[in-house]
Design a protein around this ligand. Structure first.
Ligand code: CA
Length: 227
């Protein structure tokens, strides 16, 4: 699940981005409405966390323009961050199509919880858990279960498995997986996907599910061959 954070205050931005990454989201960070437009023009996001006080075009104008657009981007859920006394901002934000807001300073845990709720509610996350054969990915509780045990995954392993489970038994191209685990400013080596997939394989061994390599194309999540 990919989140675009639009926040010009480097301290807040860093805390928010780190907190969301730790919670398993892929996060892209920009400091202005203009950069957010650029990001949205090329990438798909499941949620936008939007600070209203931005240099240049402010967050409310950005939000209005976003909602007026007739394309897929117009429906991306937006969580607005506002200053302590910004009642007008909150009202304005909601009127312009924000889905939720948080008043600064806020608890990171609350931000993460609300992001999860918003993504779920707007259908990017159609259900709380994903199941495939013996694997159960509990997205609300952020736990993977298989072969009667809980399996610990790193955020990137989680993103890869989630993508594979959403497209189980079909071939997933490697570049799609790379996109699922990386923000565009992350310096991820092209072979990173192979590394994460091989770790993932080791972790899900014995669950009856396997990640098969489809040479030259990508991967397919399927029933493990019986041994
Ligand atoms: Ca600001």
């Amino acid at each position: 699940m990919r989140i675009l954070v639009v926040e010009d205050d480097p301290l807040v931005a860093d805390v928010v981005a780190t907190g969301l990454k730790d919670a398993g989201f892929v996060v892209d960070l920009v400091g202005s409405a203009e950069s957010a437009d650029t990001a949205l023009a090329t990438e798909h996001f499941d949620l936008i966390v939007l600070d209203l006080g931005l240099p240049g075009r402010d967050g409310l104008h950005f939000l209005s323009a976003l909602r007026r657009g007739g394309d897929e981007r117009a429906r991306v859920p937006v969580l607005v961050l506002t200053a302590r006394d910004g009642l007008d901002d909150r009202v304005g934000g909601l009127e312009r199509g924000a889905d939720d807001y948080l008043v600064k300073p806020f608890e990171l845990r609350e931000l993460v919880a609300r992001c999860r709720v918003l993504i779920r509610r707007t259908g990017s996350m159609a259900s709380d858990s994903l199941a495939f054969l013996g694997l159960d990915l509990d997205r609300a509780g952020h736990v993977l279960r298989g072969a009667g045990r809980a399996i610990e995954l790193t955020p990137r392993e989680w993103s890869i498995l989630e993508y594979l489970m959403l497209h189980a038994e079909t071939v997933v191209r490697k570049d799609k997986l790379l996109q699922a685990i990386s923000g565009w400013d992350d310096n991820i080596a092209p072979n990173a996907v192979e590394v994460y997939v091989s770790r993932l394989r080791a972790k899900i061994e014995g669950t009856g599910v396997a990640v098969r390599t489809v040479r030259g194309v990508g991967y397919r999540l399927e029933r493990a061959p019986a041994d």
